[in-house]
Ligand binder design. Structure first.
Ligand code: 2BA
Length: 148
């Protein structure tokens, strides 16, 4: 028989779970697509945040978005990798969190999104909340009781 420490989980602050911005692979909105593909491939992540030069959040870009863009009717149009920029392809309508948002909001968003970007009141990027950290929190606070 297992139970959760509900209070501990619900009172966890988003800031405690956040992967801070200095540890998050990202690209800038005006980078060419080939740079974004390089960052995605070398980091091993399937999607990363897109920022502006002041570190404000602009959206996210994934390998699938890039490959879908270069895939022509008959062949890959690889020249698009240098012709197009990240902003031409990125998804700019993404859910975001603030550090003071409550845990249930974060939990709800990570059902449909592998990670959610966290920004401050001015829109500056603070970091990400990943599904992995949420699952780890539940695993850590799962207690085995004596009754079976
Ligand atoms: P994905 O890249 O699709 O990764 C799915 C899961 O695979 C990750 O889950 C993680 O458990 C593992 N994984 C993938 N690449 C990894 C790597 N280079 N090092 C260690 N583990 C790796 P989560 O950790 O929950 O991450 C969810 C999503 O958040 C990732 O999806 C990625 O899009 C993004 N992400 C996570 N950490 C990031 C970081 N430091 N920088 C940029 N994006 C990150």
């Amino acid at each position: 028989m297992y139970s959760f420490d509900k209070e501990i989980i619900l009172n966890t602050k988003i800031e405690e779970l956040m992967v801070s911005s200095d540890k998050v692979a990202h690209v800038q909105f005006d980078n060419p697509l080939e740079h974004a593909l390089l960052v995605l491939t070398k980091s091993g992540y399937s999607a990363v945040p897109v920022l502006d030069h002041a570190y404000r959040l602009k959206g996210l870009i994934s390998t699938t978005m890039i490959m879908d863009t270069v895939l022509g009717i008959q062949s890959f149009e690889m020249e698009k990798l240098s012709q197009l920029k990240v902003e031409d392809v990125m998804n700019s309508s993404i859910p975001t969190l603030k550090v003071n948002h409550d845990f249930m909001r974060a939990l709800g968003l990570t059902i449909n999104h592998p990670f959610v970007c966290i920004e401050d009141d001015q829109g500056f990027f603070r970091g990400i909340l990943t599904r992995r950290t949420i699952i780890k929190l539940f695993a850590k606070n799962l207690n085995k009781s004596m009754q079976s």
